[in-house]
Design a protein around this ligand. Sequence first.
Ligand code: DMJ
Length: 643
Amino acid sequence: MTTPALLPLSGRRIPPLNLGTSSFPHHRATLRLSEKFILLLILSAFITLCFGAFFFLPDSSKHKRFDLGLEDVLIPHVDTSKGGKNLGGYLIHGQGHDEHRHREEEERLRNKIRADHEKALEEAKEKLKKSRDEIRAEIQTEKNKVAQEMKKKDSKPLPPVPVPNLIGINSEDPTDKDIREKRDKIKEMMKHAWENYRQYGWGHNELKPIARKGHSTNIFGNSQMGATIVDALDTLYIMGLHDEFREGQDWIDKNLDFSVNSEVSVFEVNIRFIGGLLAAYYLSGQEVFKLKAVQLAGKLLPAFNTPTGIPWAMVNLKSGVGRNWGWASAGSSILAEFGTLHMEFVHLSYLTGDPVYYNKVMHIRKLLQKMDRPNGLYPNYLNPRTGRWGQHHTSVGGLGDSFYEYLLKAWLMSDKMDTEARKMYDDAIEAIERHLIRKSNGGLTYIGEWKNGHLERKMGHLTCFAGGMFALGADGSRDDKAGHYLQLGAEIAHTCHESYDRTTLKLGPEAFKFDGGLEAVAVRQNEKYYILRPEVIETYWYMWRFTHDPKYRQWGWEAAQAIDKYCRVSGGFSGVKDVYSSSPAYDDVQQSFFLAETLKYLYLLFSNDDLLPLDNWVFNTEAHPLPVLHLANTTLSGNPAYR
Ligand code: DMJ
């Protein structure tokens, strides 16, 4: 579908003196401030010329005056050494010069003014003859020049740091033909998603694959920040789609601008943009990604200006004003949001040498450590003004999930030096096992939600990531319970696979129950959708890496086939509204995390283990790989683990 801004404009003339009220109603909005500005410039040039003509072109009275030999004359000159006064390039000489010379000079001056006048008139006429497109192109060129200048200013190189061990950015193709073909199929799906986004949604945050146009949600504010481009970069890179990667890099270089009056989610921008940019930087070594990540992080910092230092959920990138979601309990910030900044912020301090980012996340950690936890559980809500918990709801799914994930990953990312984070993780997981993890009558292990002292026997699709987390945290677990946590990971993977297998489409619902005889199925209509989420496949991948049990590849392949069959449309991939219906409606959104996570985890599932090995890389919650930092020699003030 063609948007008004894309209507063919060539050959059209701008109606003179009709500023902002174009006779082309569909173009009215396109006569923007900058165009008006150019036209105003032209007008003012005219006025200046008229003014000049009025004052400088000789009239009869001036002749009379000169002929009388009175007063001064204007002689073009720049040299003031002879005692004259320089007025904008013209010298004023006193009386007593030869009259003939004066006449010649006057004639010369008159001719010059006339010539200048005519030239300016010609230029102005030429400008007005230009089509809208030409004027727009000129404006764009000017804008680009200004942007380039600003970029030069912002592009001060950051201080060099020891490069972490970047192992396994490339890997051989799998030797097994079947696995290779499956991996190629996933790559083809990525190309389909990317190419359609590029064609119909380029620069927008996401794509509407049915309507074939851009899409956005309030988490990205009202700006076109190219969320899909940033989120997809590292997936493109590891898949070897280097032309596509370069297209993305080029867009980011020229267009990604954070000085926008837009209120964004601090959490989402951190995990998708900062995480995506940092991963792209580490994989490709291209400085632009690091610079953009640092610029953006600077824009998020005002969100931390709260009485407690717990950040607001949202911040306006321009004004720095922050606030929380209206729906959150008692004006609270959300555990999974303010608790999912650590990885990216430590990397930012590492790369810039500026401890500001590190101090912000360590402050949050210290504050949480000091607080009482009901039953040892962390509630999902914390008020940033009072520093008190909101409702006592605890979840390993939405609102809580990645907080636990980041405790574990902070430890892994520090080369297992950050033992404080590991302890917090172990404590939290023990409480979760005690209060939230149960076995259903049918023998399925599930993780419920804690609500004011009661366990709700419902598990979210989001919660399914925890299978992978338990497996990842098995090594190094307290009391050497590695086997136990690997087993727990396997049980969660199995339950989540059941939630897929018990649907018509073989795709998992958003939430499923273990209640009233129900086992791993959704009950409410608004829990039956699948929006291309990655968590189940993420767990399959971690389980595959730690066990090499072929069933995980099998389950991943089932999911990939189901996505390709039921979510693929000619304009990309769409979520579906009911996984229990054989002809479900589409939600018409290609989520950016589909490219960042779902397809990346599938690709890794059918790749060799030496591609991004888990001893060297830690994936952020949006599947952006960040290298393990060997910080022993790097001073980051505040935490003994990093000294
Ligand atoms: C992703 O943006 C991240 O994985 C986040 O942690 C929660 N879920 C979405 C995808 O489902």
